[in-house]
Ligand binder design. Structure first.
Ligand SMILES: [Zn+2]
Length: 269
């Protein structure tokens, strides 16, 4: 099921996908998207594995959704790497308890945060300290949604990320459009900040990121099922590969190697 690019086969992991059940359907009519659905689509797209976290929902502490993530990873241990999703607005103690449960008991492999949907400031030290602390103690990365809102600006996120150099921080969507330049700047300034490729769709900005930070700090992601996997795969495998003249070694890093090094940080991969 390997991904073929220019006559070579690659082991490929999607660093950004979602699973879960919602009361209201997603934009393209999906209310439920679980592990079997994701694995089916990974097979179709030629991908080996995906990092997944809960679908977004405001006003929840994600406890049910995080349990689903653990259940789906247990069903597909070689195909799904589940992260938990946290709503920091329940307060520092609730956040710390939830993270001990998700990372310690459920053995989820990372933390997803969305400053706009969960509506918090990612530079609010009181709300964020238990999250960075748990990420450091459990040796897992944090992935932030970035872009589309000043709350989710890479510059705001970098204020605390820069003070926690031992915690890998992934900027999901690398700022989408208006914040891509800032995402590139903070990733250049901080060894622990990485960029993820989903959603950003203007080639000059993608090329600026690949040239600006290099292929050792970029992770392929899709934001599936919001975006079709094939669309996001083709963007990197065909168009960026050609425009940025990516080598086989570059592709190995972007499609899996960089993410595996970040996860190896916990000694579990
Ligand atoms: Zn997403």
């Amino acid at each position: 099921m390997a991904l073929r690019i220019n006559d070579s086969e690659f082991y490929a992991i999607d660093a950004h996908s979602h699973l879960g059940r919602r009361k209201t359907p997603l934009g393209h009519g999906v209310a439920s998207f679980l592990g079997d659905d994701l694995v089916h689509n990974l097979d179709e797209a030629g991908l080996d594995c995906a990092v997944a976290f809960p679908l977004g929902a405001s006003c929840t502490d994600y406890s049910e959704a995080n349990q689903i993530m653990a259940d789906e990873m247990a069903k597909h241990p070689k195909r799904i790497i589940s992260f938990c999703r946290i709503n920091p607005n329940f307060g520092p103690q609730a956040t710390a308890n939830s993270l001990d449960h998700c990372l310690g008991t459920l053995k989820l492999r990372g933390i997803k945060l969305h400053p706009e949907i969960e509506f918090f400031d990612p530079n609010d030290a009181e709300l964020m300290e238990p999250i960075y602390d748990a990420a450091r103690r459990y040796h897992v990365p944090i992935i932030f949604h970035t872009g589309m809102s000043s709350k989710a600006s890479p510059g705001v996120i970098a204020e605390l990320a820069a003070q926690h150099k031992d915690v890998p921080v992934i900027l999901g969507h690398m700022g989408v459009s208006e914040y891509v330049k800032l995402a590139v700047a903070v990733a250049r300034q901080n060894d622990n900040i990485f960029l993820e490729t989903s959603v950003v769709g203007w080639m000059p900005l993608l090329l600026e990121a690949f040239r600006g930070v290099g292929t050792s700090k970029i992770l392929f992601g899709s934001d599936h099922p919001y975006n079709p996997l094939a669309m996001e795969v083709e963007k990197i495998a065909k168009h960026v590969t050609k425009a940025a003249k990516l080598t086989e070694d570059d592709l190995k890093k972007v499609l899996a190697g960089n993410l595996l090094s970040i996860l190896k940080h916990d000694g579990a991969t």
